[in-house]
Design a binder for this molecule. Sequence first.
Ligand code: MN
Length: 725
Amino acid sequence: MYENSGVEKVYLDKVEEIFTHHEDERGILTQAFEFALNAHSGQLRKSGEPYIIHPISVAYIIDEWGFDTESIMAGFLHDTVEDTDVTYQDVEGRFGKSVADLVDGVTKLGHVVYQSREEEQMEDLRKMFIAMAKDIRVIVIKLADCTHNIRTIEFKSVEKQRKKALEIMEIYAPLAHRLGMQSAKWELEDRSLKVLDPVGYEEIDSYLRDRSETFSKFLDRTKKDIENKLREQGVQGQVKARLKQIYSIYRKLYGQNLTFSEIYDICATRVIVKDLASCYAVLGLIHDLYTPVPGRFKDYISSPKPNGYKSLHTVVIGKEGIPFEVQIRTEEMDRTAEYGIAAHWKYKGGLKGEQKEEAFAWVRQLLENQQDVEPEEFVQSIKVDMFADEVYVFTPGGKVINLPQGSTPIDFAYAIHSEVGNSMVGARVNGKIVNFDYKLKNGEIVDIITSKTSDGPKRRWLQIVKTNSAKTKIRQWYKKERREENIEEGRTELERELRVNLLFDDFSDEEVKNKVLERLKVANLDDLYAGIGYGGMTVAKVVTKVKEEAARLAKTREALDPEKLIKKPKKPSGTNGVVIEGIDNILVKFAKCCNPLPGDRIVGFITRGSGASIHRADCPNVARGMGDGESEGRWVKAYWADTRHQTFDVPLVVEIKTRVGAISDIISVFTNMHINVGKLNGRDMEDGISRYNIEAGVNSIEQLDLLMNRIRKISGVSDVQRTHE
Ligand code: MN
């Protein structure tokens, strides 16, 4: 039928397959497909194939997931408004408002000039979330779009591949999780991981491949054993056995620093039964058949996960001594686990009444929490708010409150009500008084102590709390209640930061100051200080603007200065990963007193005869040096160039209880993270503690933090420090 379109037969077959699934609506689906085919005609994908194969594949995935005709139509049409001459009105006129809104929800804003990439990404995301709050299917279209894009990612440049994979890992896979769409989430994660850490991916993939025979034998036998047991006891049920998803193995290996042999659920077995009562009956049978591992039983039926997931989980020891996980649930629970929100379309014809409200509540909450947030923080905070791992705690009255892992009693208080948070003076967990930074654990009963005479939240709470809603509420309180204090706080903070960045004098310049205020859209200096003080505006943002405006002004003034007209403008260039402003090709050394790392704020010092030495801005020698009249003028601005491919030796000191194997445990953390060990020496101290000095070849602060965190988790480690010698 579409033989002249140049589209390969496999794709046309997919279109036909979609149509046959929806015979009643074949007419309107055909119209949507032909409309897209027309709009994209002549466009090619990076692979050289006609562009339309992308919308076809997206529509096909949406159909596979079980969504309705409108969603499939939107799948066909999803790129027409963004990439062709078609307008929202065209789509609305032909296919109605809800299809047009779905398409619009995944269309990037475009035509707007942003000051930064973060800002652009944030505005696109914000737009999508607003559309989602009205119609949750928007995210389904986007997830299908991401799925096809990552399946065909190899045609993009390496840089684009990484960018897309990172975006999926950070935003879209968590969203799929939030909607309970496990299969979709697994595919997105595994494929993104392969792009982001090909070595790590291959390590796991080949481990599984090498043992595939052993694993499949084990899975087969286990499946049979359980089936026999069920039959014997007259319980109806279906047993499925599979290997764990690569990315979840990856997270255990690298996130929790486990070894392959410590991962209990590489082999996972699932028993699907008819009704709720059978779940617990089967649990008994399993524990009868195998020895359960204590403390590994989880009842997600009596307390479901926030995305609706229900199941019993238990870990048992198999006949060969291999531990494995068994999940037990009903058919309905299983459908929800696999398809999440999609199950409502696949099996129940869409969301109804209250379900609709519930499905959207978290999206609205998410948007509410983001109102006061800076672009740089937005993506970060979305991640925290959606993040998979949660704790469930109880009010003294027995109400369940879900919070992200790592939440404190303060988060709990604000989750109940702003007033509770604002008047909180203490907290009891299971009847005992705890600190404000106590990390809540599953099942604890939390009782917030409030007082009418409390003088409100403390600023340091902003550093302690985990949830953005608590942060937002604390800031709102400060914004309202403490203007004078905010101004003072903000002024001090900004001035300190300007000094460190050598921009203090620039900001005193009226012209720079006014330009900065104008760009930040604040009316006067007090408002700016107040904004910083309550946390609505980050100092970093102000400093960047001051830097830009000062540079711009210097340029204009230079251009107007006749004497300087002959001078060639200096372009900064990187040496050794560092750019020194205004000086080319200078020899750069890293100061031994503070060993700066990419990500640290840095300044340079022009030495006599041996180039520039780079210090951390917070190095005590910098503060001392800048105050010294003689050398004052030799401090220069410096910042990091692109250093992704460079490593820096950072001296660390690790204190660990003296024991056999201590050093090899430490070294294996390095090897697992592919971090080079430079110098290494150690000695045993008197009190049963060994101290090791190790040089780590790391490429960034983030990598260093991760390394230190993992070392801290080694048994017996009492201290890890970055040293200054
Ligand atoms: Mn697309």
